[in-house]
Design a protein around this ligand. Structure first.
Ligand code: OSB
Ligand code: MG
Length: 373
C-alpha cells in the first residue's frame, strides 16, 4: 500500500538512564535519542534511531544520523514519494544509493511502515510474521566497579523475573565476574557475555577459560571486521560465538554463516538498516539452523514496541535484550513496557501499537525540525 508523505519531523529527546550503563566502549548516563515522525495524508508514523551520542559502538552517531536524514535520506524519500506515495517495502531501494548510515535509514523506514500499518490497521507483529503474543526477556548488565555490586544488580534483575542475564565483559572484567555470577545463581541461570569487540585473536586461550561456565554464547569478542578471526576463535573455544557489530546486512550474515564465523546472530534492526532487512536475516538464519535473538540499543517505548514484535518471529529462539521500560528509564515516552513473568506482550494495535504520550514527549524534547519538499 502506497502512503503519500507530506513531511518529516526530526525530534531529539534527552532520556536520563536509571543507572550508568558501562560497556567496553564507554559509559552512558543519558540517552540522546533521535525520533522520526513521518506525516502522511492519513496520519503519522514513528521511528526511533538507534544511534548513540558518539561513534563508539559503530560509526553512526546521533548528530550524524540527523544530518544524513536531513540532507539526503528525507529529500530522496520525499522526492520519490511526492506524486503517488511510497510503500514501506520501497524505502530501502530509494535510500540504497546512499552508502551506510543504516541506523538513520532504519528510523525513516520504520516511521513509514508505522504510518502505513496505522492506515491499514495491521500490527507490526502481524506484518512481520510474529508467531507468538509475548516474548521472553533478557537483560544486559553493564560493567561494575566491584563483583559484589554486580551480584546485587544481577540479583535484582533475577528477582524482577528476567529469564536471561547478559554480562558485559572487557579485559580485566571477564573470568572472575562470570565465575562469581555462576557460583551465586547456579547452573540453571541462562547466562551469556558481550565483549563489544574488546579482544583480539591473541586472547583466544584466555577467552576459552569461559568454556568452564556453560554460557549460552559469547557476543562479539573480536573487532567488527574480524570475520575470519571469529571463525578461528570458534575452533579454539566451545562457547558458541554470536556476532553483533560484525553483521550489518543479510549479506554479512550469509558470509558469516558460510565462513563459520558465528553459530548465533544478534539481530538489531537499526544496525542492519531496518526491520525488513532484520526479517531477511531471520529468514536466512532460520534456513541454516542458526538461532537469532533481538538485540537492543537502550530504546524508548517506540523502538521497544518494534523490537518486541520482531522478537516474536519463529526463528527468535533465544531471549532478547528486550527489557522492560524501567530497566532503562524512570519515565518512558510511551505507556511503559512492564515485565509479566519475565515476558513482554507483543503490542496488537495498528502499527507499533504505541505512540509517544504528548505531555511526556514535550518534557524531554530538546529540539525539533520539520522537513518538507
Ligand atoms: O552490544 O548489545 C550491545 C547497548 C548499546 C549498544 C550496544 C549494546 C547494548 C546492550 C544493551 O547490550 C541492550 C539493551 O538493553 O537495549
Ligand atoms: Mg552486543
Amino acid at each position: 500500500m502506497k502512503t503519500k508523505i507530506s513531511g518529516v519531523e526530526l525530534r531529539r529527546i534527552a532520556m536520563p538512564l536509571v543507572a550508568p550503563f558501562r560497556t567496553s566502549f564507554g559509559v552512558e548516563t543519558s540517552r540522546d535519542v533521535l525520533l522520526v515522525r513521518v506525516v502522511t495524508a492519513d496520519g503519522e508514523g514513528w521511528g526511533e534511531c538507534g544511534a548513540m551520542s558518539e561513534p563508539r559502538y559503530c560509526s553512526e552517531y546521533v548528530d550524524g544520523a540527523q544530518n544524513v536524514l536531513r540532507s539526503f535520506l528525507i529529500p530522496a524519500l520525499l522526492g520519490a514519494g511526492a506524486k503517488d506515495g511510497v510503500d514501506a517495502q520501497e524505502v530501502g531501494r530509494i535510500l540504497d544509493p546512499f552508502t551506510g548510515h543504516r541506523m538513520a535509514k532504519a528510523a525513516l523506514e520504520t516511521a513509514v511502515l508505522d504510518a502505513q500499518l496505522r492506515t491499514t490497521g495491521e500490527s507490526f507483529g502481524g506484518y512481520l510474521g510474529a508467531a507468538r503474543d509475548r516474548v521472553p526477556c533478557g537483560v544486559s548488565v553493564g560493567i561494575m566497579d566491584t563483583v559484589p555490586q554486580l551480584l546485587d544488580a544481577v540479583d535484582r534483575y533475577v528477582t524482577e523475573g528476567y529469564v536471561r542475564i547478559k554480562l558485559k565483559i572487557e579485559p580485566g572484567w571477564d573470568i572472575e565476574p562470570v565465575r562469581a555470577v555462576r557460583e551465586r545463581f547456579g547452573d540453571d541461570l541462562l547466562l551469556q557475555v558481550d565483549a563489544n569487540a574488546a579482544y583480539t585473536l591473541t586472547d583466544a586461550q584466555h577467552l576459552a577459560k569461559l568454556d568452564a561456565f556453560d554460557l549460552l554464547l559469547i557476543e562479539q569478542p573480536l573487532a567488527n571486521d574480524d570475520m575470519v578471526q571469529h571463525a578461528q576463535l570458534g575452533k579454539v573455544m566451545r562457547t558458541p560465538i554470536c556476532l553483533d557489530e560484525s553483521i550489518e546486512s543479510a549479506a554479512h550474515a550469509a558470509a558469516a554463516i558460510s565462513l563459520g564465523a558465528c553459530s548465533i546472530i544478534n539481530v538489531k534492526p537499526g544496525r542492519v538498516g531496518g526491520y525488513l532487512e532484520a526479517r531477511r536475516i531471520h529468514d536466512l538464519a532460520r534456513a541454516h539452523g542458526i538461532p537469532v535473538w533481538c538485540g537492543g540499543m537502550l530504546e524508548t517505548g517506540i523502538g521497544r514496541a518494534a523490537n518486541v514484535a520482531l522478537a516474536a518471529l519463529p526463528g527468535f529462539t533465544l531471549p532478547g535484550d528486550t527489557s522492560g521500560s524501567h530497566r532503562y528509564f524512570a519515565t518512558d515516552i510511551t505507556e511503559p513496557f512492564v515485565l509479566d513473568d519475565g515476558h513482554l506482550d507483543v503490542p496488537t494495535g495498528p502499527g507499533l501499537g504505541v505512540a509517544p504520550l504528548p505531555d511526556l514527549l514535550k518534557e524531554v524534547t530538546t529540539s525539533t525540525e520539520w522537513i518538507e519538499l
